[in-house]
Design a protein around this ligand. Structure first.
Ligand SMILES: Cc1cc2nc3c(=O)[nH]c(=O)nc-3n(C[C@H](O)[C@H](O)[C@H](O)COP(=O)(O)O)c2cc1C
Length: 197
């Protein structure tokens, strides 16, 4: 099963969503879709903060039910696709909320003297990022690359829980006119073609 996380608030017109849809179709097989842009997971609250540090209980406490559902979805997946816009150099808030629900101590990772050890099995992960500007290098006009706190962050959090096989597909410059947008879409399609053969 492919777990498909779509993170843009812009629904059908979203660049990341449309490329994510294409990627999921190319990968093939059953899909569980989470439209985080439409239905964001709840933010972490005091109950969740207390529950993750409480001694383990036989039943999942109410404060962790959303977390448990999202983690089980990820455990059931053999591939995960995350399609997201870049917002202010980083992940949009709904994707951060998902990360906070699934990166959970003593459930998806353990803290050891050697560092954090992931408890999920490694599966291929695909991150499709749409951005208005450029972050992998200068723009075609030579404007320096902007900071990128998105791709490294997602790589780190997935590695923390055991998912190390990350492929990144960038669609840059999508708000800089139709020509640039077309170029970004074509570049992402070509990158997917190279990845999947
Ligand atoms: C609140 C907000 C913040 C944004 N921040 C950035 C940014 O830091 N860098 C960038 O290149 N584009 C930024 N953009 C532009 C989006 O990344 C761009 O519109 C992209 O298409 C969104 O992806 P989507 O089409 O999948 O929604 C921002 C857009 C919004 C709405």
């Amino acid at each position: 099963m492919i777990l498909y996380l779509s993170c843009s608030p812009r629904g059908e017109i979203s660049f990341s969503r449309r490329m994510g849809d294409e990627l999921v179709a190319r990968l093939g097989g059953p899909v569980v879709t989470r439209d985080l842009g439409r239905d964001p997971p709840p933010w972490i609250d005091a109950g969740y903060s207390a529950a993750i540090l409480a001694p383990p209980m036989p039943d999942v406490p109410p404060a962790l039910t959303v977390s448990e559902t999202l983690i089980r979805e990820l455990e059931a997946a053999d591939r995960v696709v995350i399609a997201t816009p870049m917002h202010n150099f980083g992940v949009p808030a709904p994707l951060k909320a998902w990360v906070d629900q699934v990166v959970r101590i003593n459930r998806t990772f353990r803290s050891t003297p050697e560092g954090k050890i992931g408890l999920l099995r490694d599966i291929p992960a695909y991150l499709v990022v749409a951005s208005g500007g450029w972050f992998t290098g200068p723009s075609p006009a030579g404007t320096p690359a902007q900071p990128d706190f998105l791709t490294g962050y997602i790589r780190t959090v997935l590695e923390t829980i055991g998912i190390r096989s990350l492929h990144i597909i960038a669609m840059e410059g999508v708000t800089r006119g139709p020509e640039m947008a077309d170029r970004a879409v074509a570049g992402a399609r070509a990158a997917i073609g190279r990845l999947l053969g």
